[in-house]
Design a binder for this molecule. Structure first.
Ligand SMILES: [Mg+2]
Length: 229
């Protein structure tokens, strides 16, 4: 784990953490196939809804916009002129990510300890988030998480800082007692840092060392959580 110089140890800081906000995709589970198939769902949607058949030109346009850093849903919003929420909902209706998600008893056990309050925030549909949480082993997600925020009820999308600020206010604790756990520097880590939360970047690369704590994968984070008494 890479530790930001400003801090003593992650363990020390974790002891004071009362609230953890979790991203879902690529944070609570990781499967390359999910990423490939989700991308495919967006490309196919462009084909079905916008252009009848996917010509090479459209495919090239998608690739070009993607290479500028645009997210898949943003490309579709631009091409089809529909809302972000609608685009994400439609793509996820076309491919059920949860099918590829496996149980994670360690994660479930850690979140069941009752030591901290846990929230979920995902730029994903409620249907997809709940299906994934159930597959991970959170049989009744409502009983593990204070609240689950998806595109339908989060009042914007990450990286809008108001989303995370709203959750922190709801949790009714100071930002220094809140840890954001996510895999995306842009969507999870930077907005969390901007509002003063502690941040743990899952699967971060050295070049992305902006989070307070960088872990190579979820297991490394769980190792640390398990040492906290
Ligand atoms: Mg993610």
């Amino acid at each position: 784990m890479i530790r930001n110089q400003r801090h003593r140890t992650f363990e020390e800081y974790l002891k004071n953490i009362e609230v953890v906000i979790w991203d879902v995709d690529e944070t609570m589970y990781y499967d390359e196939k999910v990423i490939v198939k989700t991308r495919q769902a967006y490309v196919e949607m462009l084909e079905k809804r916008g252009f009848g058949n996917l010509t090479k030109k459209i495919k090239d346009d998608f690739d070009a916009l993607e290479s500028t850093g645009k997210k898949w849903y943003q490309i579709l919003v631009e091409k089809l002129g529909v809302s972000e929420v609608e685009v994400i909902g439609l793509a996820e209706a076309g491919f059920d990510k949860s099918k590829l998600v496996k149980k994670n008893p360690r994660l479930v056990k850690m979140l069941s300890s009752g030591k901290r309050k846990n929230f979920v925030v995902s730029n994903s549909s409620r249907r997809s988030v709940f299906a994934i949480l159930k597959k991970l082993g959170f049989v009744k997600p409502e009983s593990f998480f204070e609240e689950v925020f998806s595109i339908e009820n989060m009042g914007g999308l990450k990286p809008n800082e108001r989303v995370l600020l709203g959750i922190t206010e709801r949790a009714n604790v100071g930002p220094e007692k809140v840890l954001m756990v996510g895999d995306s520097l842009i969507d999870d880590i930077i907005p969390a840092k901007n509002i003063g939360l502690l941040t743990s970047h899952v699967r971060c690369k050295r070049s992305e060392g902006e989070a307070d704590f960088c872990v190579k994968d979820l297991d490394e984070l769980l190792d640390i959580f398990e040492t906290i008494r």
